[in-house]
Design a protein around this ligand. Structure first.
Ligand SMILES: *[C@@H]1O[C@H](CO)[C@@H](O)[C@H](O)[C@H]1NC(C)=O
Length: 192
C-alpha cells in the first residue's frame, strides 16, 4: 500500500500549520498588549513567557496587567538584593547615603507591588473601580520611590554609581510598563 504515508504526511502538515498559526496569534496578543507601553521591547521580552497560554486568557487585559506587575515585582526584588549586596560590599565611595535611601525605597516599592498584585488577583465587578484606583496609586508610589532613588545619586559619579543607576532605571521601565497595562485594564472597565 504505497499510498498509506500520505494521510500521515497530511496530518503532520495540518498540525504544524496549526501550531505555526497559533504561535503567530499568540505573538499578536503580546504585541497588542505591549502597544500601550512606553518601553515596548522590554515589555515584549519580559512578558514573552505569558504569550504561550490559552487565547481566552490573553484576550483579557487583566491577564497582562497581572503578568506585568508580577514581573515588575520580581525585578524590584532582584534589584533590591543587588543594592543590598552593593552596600555590604562597600565598593561605593560617594553616594553611600543615596544607596541606603534606595534600599529603603526599593523595600517600599516591593510592598506596593505586592499589594497591587494581591488586589489584581481578587478583582470584583462591584468594587472594580475602587480596586483599580488602589492599584494605580500603589504603582505610582512604587515608580516615585524608584525615581527618587535615581535622583538621590544626582551628582555622584563612578563605575558603581553608573551600574546602580542603570539597574534602577531599568526597574523604572518595568514599573512604567506595568502602570500602562494597569491603566489599560482600568479603562477597559474590566468585567465586560
Ligand atoms: C533590564 O532587566 C532585564 C531583567 O533583569 C534584563 O534582561 C535586561 O537586560 C535589563 N536591561 C538593561 C538595559 O539593563
Amino acid at each position: 500500500m504505497a499510498i498509506q504515508p500520505l494521510p500521515l504526511l497530511l496530518l503532520l502538515v495540518t498540525i504544524s500549520s496549526h501550531l505555526a498559526s497559533s504561535i503567530a496569534t499568540n505573538a499578536h496578543y503580546l504585541e497588542a498588549a505591549c502597544s500601550v507601553t512606553q518601553h515596548r521591547a522590554l515589555c515584549m521580552h519580559s512578558l514573552a513567557s505569558f504569550s504561550h497560554s490559552a487565547a481566552w486568557k490573553q484576550k483579557d487585559p487583566c491577564w497582562w496587567a497581572q503578568a506585568a506587575v508580577a514581573v515588575t515585582l520580581a525585578e524590584a526584588k532582584h534589584v533590591g538584593l543587588y543594592l543590598a549586596k552593593m552596600k555590604r560590599g562597600g565598593r561605593m565611595r560617594g553616594g553611600r547615603a543615596a544607596l541606603a535611601d534606595c534600599i529603603e525605597g526599593f523595600g517600599d516599592a516591593k510592598e506596593e507591588l505586592h499589594s497591587s498584585l494581591g488586589e489584581l488577583r481578587r478583582l470584583e465587578k462591584r468594587t472594580f473601580e475602587y480596586q483599580m484606583s488602589n492599584v494605580e496609586t500603589w504603582l505610582s508610589a512604587a515608580l516615585t520611590n524608584q525615581d527618587t532613588c535615581l535622583d538621590g545619586f544626582g551628582r555622584y559619579k563612578g563605575k558603581e554609581v553608573e551600574e546602580v543607576k542603570a539597574k534602577v532605571l531599568n526597574a523604572t521601565y518595568f514599573t512604567s510598563n506595568a502602570l500602562a497595562l494597569v491603566n489599560n485594564l482600568a479603562s477597559s472597565g474590566g468585567f465586560s
